[in-house]
Design a protein around this ligand. Structure first.
Ligand SMILES: [Zn+2]
Length: 141
C-alpha cells in the first residue's frame, strides 16, 4: 500500500486548484488542465491527485535564492505562494524540472520558459476562498 499523501502537500494541491480558474469541482473530484500541455488532470476533493497530476512550482524553488530570478519572484511570498503553484502532468513537470529548472535563471531560454509559464499561470488566477490562504507564509527574498 502507498503511504497516505502528507496533508501539507495536499493543502498545496488544493490551494493550486482553488486559485486556478480552469479547475472545476463536481462529483467529489476536481478537473483541470496541465499548465503546459492542457491534458486533463483529476484530483480528489481534498487535493490528492488521481492519475498523473503533479504540483508545479512555476518559478522553481532552487531559483528563489538566485539574483537572476529576482524579477520573477517579485510579488511572491515564497516558492509555495499560490501564484507560484500550478497543476501539471508528471511528464511535463519532469521535463521542466530536468530542463529549464536545472539550467537556472541565467540561461536565457530557461528564463523565457519560466516567464511564459508564469504568464500562463497568472492568466488562470482566481481569488481563493478567504480562509485558504496561510497567514503564516513568510517572505524572505
Ligand atoms: Zn502536461
Amino acid at each position: 500500500m502507498l503511504p497516505a499523501m502528507k496533508s501539507a502537500l495536499k493543502k498545496l494541491f488544493l490551494l493550486a486548484l482553488e486559485t486556478d480558474s480552469q479547475a472545476e469541482s463536481g462529483d467529489a473530484i476536481w478537473l483541470t488542465k496541465c499548465l503546459h500541455c492542457r491534458a486533463k488532470l483529476f484530483f480528489k476533493q481534498d487535493g490528492e491527485p488521481l492519475g498523473n497530476g503533479s504540483l508545479e512550482h512555476v518559478v522553481p524553488k532552487s531559483w528563489f535564492e538566485q539574483s537572476g530570478a529576482r524579477e520573477l519572484c517579485t510579488g511572491l511570498t515564497s516558492p509555495d505562494d499560490p501564484r507560484n503553484l500550478a497543476l501539471a502532468c508528471r511528464r511535463c513537470n519532469n521535463q521542466k524540472g530536468y530542463g529549464p529548472d536545472l539550467a537556472g535563471p541565467h540561461d536565457d531560454r530557461a528564463y523565457e520558459v519560466v516567464q511564459m509559464l508564469q504568464r500562463k499561470r497568472l492568466d488562470r488566477w482566481r481569488e481563493p476562498p478567504p480562509d485558504s490562504l496561510d497567514p503564516d507564509a513568510e517572505c524572505d527574498t
